[in-house]
Design a protein around this ligand. Structure first.
Ligand code: BGC
Length: 438
């Protein structure tokens, strides 16, 4: 059984010649989290009062107003010394009614992409980052196969326009995280709590990725198409206890490895008894040019005597405003794990929610240290994107969690400022850029 392997000790794939490649230094965002002026499945839910944190309603209130202030934001981004930017288009804005596309929205995205290109910033476009048009879940939810064609119809529209301007596409952001929220926990729309439907949705999305891959390549065979995946380092609570080890292995397999294996072996399978058992052939045929790594923290896993749910997770040393442990070495471990699948890698997200500049500085410094070590050891990582360019709306928490290198004053008309950390990141870029590119 796959999950019994110790995936951390697979022989890593290294390639010393990769040091000679171009390296992308960037920041990342997603459309809904920053743009504002959107009506999608999340704003519908907000109207219904479904987002509540600590007994308070979580309010979107036009995110960081980036839709109106994008040019100011891009000018500030340019000052950070970056040569790449990962962002997404808002599907609900482009296709507010099924098969009716909003030309004005597309025009603005064209202006944005042109601005980036003019300023030598490589656009990395995420096509799907958690949100949907309001009609989507009713008409063609992801657990229904019909969703594939509906999505491809949308993708065709945007790739046709941007094929000569965008080379790097991330089809989906964190497929597993999204299906777990939308179909497992039910705290994202469409709000199901049904693990069978969850696996169907996961299956359909992965298949949709493949067809999106082919579609993009049919427009531009030099395009690079990948997926951004969330990785967590899981540590067992008690080294001496075999059941903790079993739990750790199974959770690690489900969360970190299952999708990577599915691309390689054409089987999607997992076993988390008694909650979930799934095994089904899936023709993915390794159709992926790169893995995007989103990495934030480590979690502890522990067995518990319960027939219904025999394990749980906890954080040992929460240090960030989202209550996560800071574990920089984990970035190296994840790179090593993903390298065994022999695809190039980008760190598509890595960041911290804090109001403490010193803590963020330390976070960035220590993670980049491990990134450089991985590159020097020959792992094929070709870019790093700090999450996030700018303070934004954090799912389920609202705007109190500040991830940005650029701060936003929500009380003062969304005023922005580059933080000390922003300048620090730009210095690190200068320091390391020469070292890892030739
Ligand atoms: C998501 C982002 C999110 C970040 C911090 C990632 O899982 O892709 O949208 O803001 O984590 O929680």
């Amino acid at each position: 059984m796959h999950y019994r392997n110790n995936h951390w000790t697979h022989r890593p794939h290294t390639d010393k010649t990769s040091l000679a490649r171009k390296f992308f230094w960037g920041t990342a965002t997603s459309s809904f989290q920053i743009e504002g002026h959107i009506e999608n499945d999340f704003t519908e839910w907000e109207k219904l009062g479904k987002f509540v944190h600590n007994n308070e309603k979580v309010m979107y209130e036009n995110g960081s107003n980036h839709w109106m202030m994008w040019e100011d934001d891009f000018k500030l981004m340019k000052k950070l010394n970056v040569n790449a930017y990962r962002f997404s288009f808002e599907w609900a804005r482009i296709e507010p009614r099924r098969n009716t596309f909003d030309r004005k929205a597309l025009d603005q995205y064209e202006r944005m992409v042109d601005w980036l290109l003019k300023h030598q910033i490589e656009p990395f476009l995420t096509i799907h980052h958690f949100t949907h048009p309001t009609w989507f879940h009713e008409y063609s939810p992801w657990h229904d196969e019909k969703s594939k064609d509906v999505f491809l119809n949308y993708v065709d529209k945007i790739v046709r326009i941007f094929k000569d301007r965008i080379k790097y596409f991330i089809t989906f952001n964190e497929v597993l995280v999204w299906v777990m929220a939308g179909y497992g926990e039910g705290n994202f729309p469409p709000g199901h709590k049904n693990l069978d439907l969850m696996m169907n949705a996961l299956y359909n999305i992965l298949k949709t990725h493949c067809e999106t891959y082919d579609l993009i390549k049919s427009y531009n065979e030099n395009a690079e198409v990948g997926v951004a995946k969330h990785f967590i380092v899981f540590k067992r609570a008690r080294d001496w206890f075999f059941l903790d080890k079993e739990v750790q292995n199974r959770i690690h397999y489900f969360f970190n490895v299952m999708e990577l294996d599915a691309f390689k072996n054409n089987i999607l399978s997992c076993s988390l008894p008694p909650l979930l058992k799934f095994e089904k052939e899936i023709d993915l045929n390794n159709k992926i040019d790169f893995w995007g790594i989103n990495y934030y923290y480590r979690l502890y896993t522990k067995f518990k005597f319960s027939l219904k749910n025999p394990f749980y997770f906890y954080t040992k040393n929460p240090q960030t405003d989202t209550g996560w442990e800071i574990y920089p070495k984990g970035l190296y471990k994840i790179i090593k794990l993903v390298s065994t699948y022999r695809k190039k890698m980008f760190i598509t997200e890595n960041g911290i929610a804090t109001q403490d500049d010193e803590l963020r500085k330390k976070f960035i410094k220590r993670h980049i240290k491990f990134l450089i070590k991985a590159i020097e050891n020959g792992f094929n990582v070709q870019g790093y994107f700090y999450w996030s360019l700018i303070d934004n709306y954090e799912w389920l928490f609202g705007k109190s969690k500040r991830f940005g290198l650029i701060s936003v004053d929500y009380e003062k008309n969304f005023e922005r400022h580059i933080t000390q950390n922003g300048y620090y990141y730009s210095q690190l870029i200068s320091k390391y850029h020469e070292k890892i590119t030739m």
